[in-house]
Ligand binder design. Sequence first.
Ligand code: ZN
Length: 236
Amino acid sequence: MKTLLLLVSVAFIAVTARAQDARLVCLKINDLNTKILNSIISRPEAARQFKALIIQLSEYLPINDDIIWTFPLQGYTASAIGGTNGNGYSDKGYNFLDGNKHAAHPAHDIFIKDKNQDGLDDRTMKAVNVLAVADGIVIACNDKWLPESSLRGGKFIWIYHRSQHSISYYAHNSSILVTPGDIVKAGQKIAEVGRTGLNAYKKRSPTHLHFSAFALAGGLPVPYNPYQQLLKSVKK
Ligand SMILES: [Zn+2]
């Protein structure tokens, strides 16, 4: 019995230590992401650090079976995705290392019903929940944004998905509920839809979630079109 207890507590300590190590790596990725956004790190150095950190992080995490996504907006379906048949997505010329100065729109804008632009769903008069598409760990986020800020993503979240070795990105939120190192489950509420970000704040922009997916090719985030995954995703 004593041996069993000892084994259980050793395992518990090991799991706790791993979670703490994973959080430290996530905080480092968050710092690096801020440097990339502010263009205060050279591209080769940023690439070197990102690759090393994501490998380190993947070693701390178990692989889960979460192939089918949850749609990232609660109460909405793929019909809320802007454009026609997902043509709002365009990644030509995009480079993660360009930070806030990046080109193209490697994303889908998913619009909520908000005619008066108060950030609330016109049908429910409530904020719309942003959900994690799959199990993962928060590797970067920004919870501070002011209208005079030039940051395009506003209040954003990056999540690393170990099983798919991919990253999802959620921008323009009004508030975010996670911090780097948080483990999230598929369908978990991580934020509320908002209008934060240089362009999303402007009157001409209807209220939406800007959603991207990245594969880790050569250790760096490379965007891919997640339209089919969004079509097949589970509505919550
Ligand atoms: Zn967008």
